[in-house]
Design a protein around this ligand. Structure first.
Ligand code: CTP
Ligand code: MG
Length: 549
């Protein structure tokens, strides 16, 4: 009947609309995946990946041809790290098993090998002379960023501070290849963990995944047993209950220490290329540190810590919301490193993590705000986002498309300068930094710098920072604000002097005293005068007032 035809046509139309919606959804998803989606995808990809050490003269085409006989290759790249390495991602996991079947065991005469079969291989040419390398040279994907002095040069040819900041971001941020390598390192450690705990997963957290990692930063990884727990919940649905008999220990901490101790020994004794393995089991958060030579990463392995994962996800969300967020964080982190505010060894200095939280807080305080407060993100959370840790509600929205983009249009030029001015004048003596509220809150205790852990009440993430380090931060922030506000960009460009961000990345002590005098001449605004006063005339007093000594 015509009705049926119409209905049929209607259904057809509906189907087409839905298909289109799905397509659009897919498009949105590829642009803004949730943190969990990215993790799952990358971890699965790493399971299908191998690493091959290659001879100096390698014919890319022939290597790929050979490997392809074991299965389709999805992607590959070469990099230099104590020789040439190739990362190969197969499209099927079983290609690796097929390859492993035909691979030989080294016949060492001086050494005895541990027969653990990993996904790290060495490729050699039987007849290097006969198999000349191809004409086309191999492209090596860089795994480290350019030195600061080269960066400064590069920044000088930019046309604004904003473009300097994006340029720094571009040079320093993790590349697609480097991220693959990080997930591979985790996946290789998982192979060891799996020998004891078949359901365990090793996942990266911290700066490898929070969008704020720079090339060369450590890989923070944790051993996760959550999959195991999911299975037990499923079992309980039947008319009866069965559970595993498991060894019981007096505390979670003790279990963590025992597991890490065994995995640490395993990596130390049997892990190819795992060197300098250090078990630091008595720390607040027990961990195993090691250097993974094949990938070139320094790794920190710990056991699943839900709070650290939540903070990684929170930073991931902030980093994805607006392109200015990452550009500002990278610039501030680089600035802090150059001036010795942060350090790769632990101590009383500010950590990159604390510094990032300070930038987030600053962005929450803009008007209109550039990123929402954590309380706002919790309001947007749905059922699936519910997450309670230790009785404390740590829920926040995971779907980025539910967060409205900011109406704030400020340039990075303004934001960089205001960041320094804001923290150069922050009342650290009285106030603490609270990202949940996006407001200064009275300090609950007397630590010089107090930044609330957003997911754990009454925990200060910057407890380690002492008074002199905070004073140094404030002094450098003021000096930097002052440089940016007074500088005559055109003059500096004409003189071929570093300007803008580049001027901030040169240790201030090294600047020529004549130049400092020149700076004093051209002061215009009241802000600069007062900044100058506080810096040059009564720097000791005002600093002490600001940091509460
Ligand atoms: N972390 C935390 N509380 C702290 C320190 C760290 O919750 N006081 C968590 C954060 O999720 C952090 C992760 O542990 O991202 C890793 O810590 P760390 O390696 O110190 O910081 P990263 O963010 O990885 O920065 P970096 O590039 O300096 O390694
Ligand atoms: Mg780290």
């Amino acid at each position: 009947s015509p009705g049926a035809a119409r209905r049929g046509g209607g259904a057809c139309f509906q189907r087409a609309v839905r298909a289109r919606e799905r397509l659009l959804d897919a498009e949105v998803n590829t642009r803004k995946k949730t943190f969990a989606e990215v993790q799952t995808e990358r971890l699965e990809q790493a399971e299908r990946t191998i690493l091959i050490k290659c001879p100096p003269k390698i014919n890319e085409k022939k290597l790929l041809q050979y490997l392809s006989s074991h299965g389709k290759i999805n992607s590959h790249f070469f990099f230099e790290n104590r020789g040439i390495h190739a990362l190969i991602e197969f499209s099927e996991k079983n290609s690796i098993a097929s390859l492993q079947d035909v691979i030989g065991i080294p016949s060492a005469t001086e050494h005895h090998v541990v027969p653990f079969k990993s996904r790290l291989f060495t490729f050699t040419l039987k007849n290097p002379v006969g198999q000349a390398a191809a004409e086309t040279p191999i492209h090596f994907a860089p795994q480290s960023h350019i030195p600061v002095k080269d960066l400064i040069q590069k920044l000088c040819s930019a046309d604004s501070i904003s473009s300097q900041m994006y340029s720094l971001l571009n040079e320093y941020q993790l590349t697609e290849e480097n991220i693959k390598l990080r997930f591979l390192a985790c996946s290789l450690v998982r192979d060891f963990a799996r020998a004891y705990f078949p359901d365990s997963v090793v996942k990266p957290f911290g700066s490898s995944v929070n969008t704020f990692g720079k090339l060369g930063c450590d890989v923070d990884m944790f051993l996760d047993f959550h999959e195991t727990r999911k299975h037990t919940t499923k079992m309980k649905k039947g008319p009866f209950e069965m559970e595993y008999q498991m060894k019981r220990l007096p505390s979670e901490r003790l279990a963590t220490q025992k597991i890490l101790s065994v995995i640490g020994d395993c990596l130390d004794h049997f892990g190819p290329g795992c060197v300098s393995v250090q078990k630091i089991l008595n720390a607040r958060c027990p961990l195993v540190k090691f250097s993974h030579q094949p990938t070139g990463f320094q790794c920190d392995l710990s056991v699943s810590n839900s709070i650290a994962i939540k903070s990684s996800e929170l930073l991931y969300i902030y980093g994805c919301l607006d392109s200015r967020v990452r550009a500002l964080v990278f610039s501030i982190r680089c600035w802090a490193r150059v001036h010795g505010l942060t350090n790769s060894v632990p101590g009383a200095w500010i950590t990159n993590f604390s510094l990032t939280m300070m930038v987030m807080f600053f962005l929450q305080k803009r008007s209109p705000p550039i990123i929402p407060t954590l309380d706002r993100l919790r309001e947007l959370a749905d059922e699936e986002d519910k997450h309670v840790i230790g009785g404390y509600d740590c829920s926040f929205v995971s779907d980025l498309s539910k967060i409205n983009p900011t109406k704030n249009k400020e340039t990075l030029d303004v934001l960089l300068c205001d960041f320094f001015e804001y923290f150069g004048n922050f009342d650290f003596r009285k106030n603490s930094i609270n990202l949940r509220k996006g407001k200064e809150v009275n300090k609950p205790e007397s630590s010089p710098l107090y930044i609330w852990n957003p997911f754990e009440q009454d925990l200060n993430i910057s407890k380690n920072v002492n008074q002199p380090q905070l004073e140094k931060f404030v002094a450098l922030a003021r000096e930097s604000a002052w440089i940016l506000q007074k500088e005559d960009k055109t003059q500096r460009m004409v003189n071929k002097e570093p300007w803008g961000l580049a001027a901030l990345l040169i240790p201030f002590g090294k600047s020529n005293p004549d130049k400092i005098k020149n700076r004093v001449k051209g002061i215009g605004s009241e802000t600069i005068k007062s900044l100058l006063d506080s810096l040059k005339l009564s720097s000791v007093n005002s600093l002490q007032k600001a940091v509460g000594k």
